[in-house]
Design a protein around this ligand. Structure first.
Ligand SMILES: O=P(O)(O)O[C@@H]1C[C@H](O)[C@@H](CO)O1
Ligand SMILES: Nc1nc2[nH]cnc2c(=O)[nH]1
Length: 321
């Protein structure tokens, strides 16, 4: 009997039932029931290789999933145990510059929600703008500037399905303050204080790295580093009430001098990822243990409204201020 063709990302129309299809297809094929998810950034996917009792699914074998096209993003969803905690890892993410709609780059985040995940650790490789940052530093993201979003490319554009969350989402405190504090404590215990930073991540669409003038502009706006991902995933995660910890690995300095001979290079980004992999893996592995220990239970939504026409966007969530 011929097998039915796999439903591809081109067939995906964002219906709630399609996300359910994806989640069900995964839950049928693994006995793992993760409560935490990790999105691995460029060159940082080695973490997924550490999972015990892994069940790994190529993105090509998951209904409706986009596929990874970027070197350094293997393209697998891996379920398993990390430090005794059941997690699911994206070994490679989807980027807007790969040609996917912004809302399709974030499909896995809603699938995580349906799988029972309550917290997402989002990692990325980023270029440092803050002159105090060094290559190899690890930056906890405290906020973002979402350039594509400000220009009209927000993953929540279009009709809102209230089953995910409210029409209007507060992003105040999107990068959970308690989780950042926990991360600082864990980093101290692991002797990583010297390389731990905190700051603002700016997302640009890519695939071009920014010009010198753009870099200077973003620095003057208060940005500490620049990348090409993360913000859409965090928006969708907060919309459906997932708790978020964001971590950037500073893989290069963003050039801010017109006369500089320096230039960014993706291969160099991957090399720094490899060099810092061990420290990042220790940090994330310990954090996962602590989060599972201290934060079990669902995160509350950032904001809630009675219905989509309700203009009052009151806060009642853990992250609301
Ligand atoms: O997936 P992330 O955000 O870690 O990847 C960054 C941004 C580009 O995809 C790439 C540039 O080197 O690294
Ligand atoms: N936009 C941007 N993304 C990056 N990802 C890794 N390094 C960089 C960088 O310098 N700029």
């Amino acid at each position: 009997m011929p097998q039915p063709a796999r439903k591809t990302v081109d067939d995906f129309t964002h219906e709630y039932e399609q996300y359910e299809d994806i989640a069900e297809s995964l839950l049928k094929r693994t006995h793992h029931r993760p409560s935490l998810a990790v999105i691995c950034g460029s060159g940082l996917g080695g973490l997924a290789d550490l999972l015990e009792n892994p069940d790994a699914f190529n993105y090509e074998d998951i209904p409706y999933f986009p596929t990874s096209t970027v070197h350094g993003h293997v393209g697998r969803l891996v379920f398993g145990l990390l430090n005794g905690v059941t997690v699911v890892c994206m070994q490679g993410r989807f980027h807007f510059y790969e040609g996917y709609d912004m809302s399709k780059t974030t499909i896995p985040v809603r699938v995580f929600k349906l799988l029972g995940v309550h917290t997402v650790i989002v990692t990325n490789a980023a270029g440092g703008l803050n002159p105090e940052f060094k290559i190899g530093d690890i930056m906890l993201i405290k906020d973002h500037i979402n350039m594509p979003g400000l220009a009209g490319n927000n993953p929540l554009m279009g009709q809102n399905d209230r089953r995910w969350g409210p029409r209007f989402v507060s992003l105040c405190g999107a990068y959970d303050r308690d989780l950042r504090e926990l991360a600082r404590n864990v980093a101290t215990n692991l002797g990583l204080d010297e390389i731990l930073r905190e700051g603002v991540y700016t997302m640009v669409s890519g695939p071009c790295f920014e010009t010198v003038s753009e870099a200077k502009a973003f620095r003057s706006l208060g940005s500490d580093c620049m990348g090409m991902s993360t913000a859409p995933e965090v928006i969708v995660a907060r919309h459906c009430g997932l708790r978020v910890l964001g971590i950037s690995l500073i893989t290069n300095n963003v050039v801010q001098e017109h006369d500089s001979d320096d230039f960014p290079d993706h291969e160099a980004v991957l090399i720094v990822g490899k060099q810092r992999a061990h420290d990042l893996q220790r940090l994330i592995s310990e954090l996962i243990f602590r989060i599972a220990d201290e934060y079990e239970g669902p995160a509350t939504a950032v904001s809630d409204v009675k219905d989509d026409d309700d203009v009052h966007n009151g806060h009642n969530g853990k992250n609301g201020h």
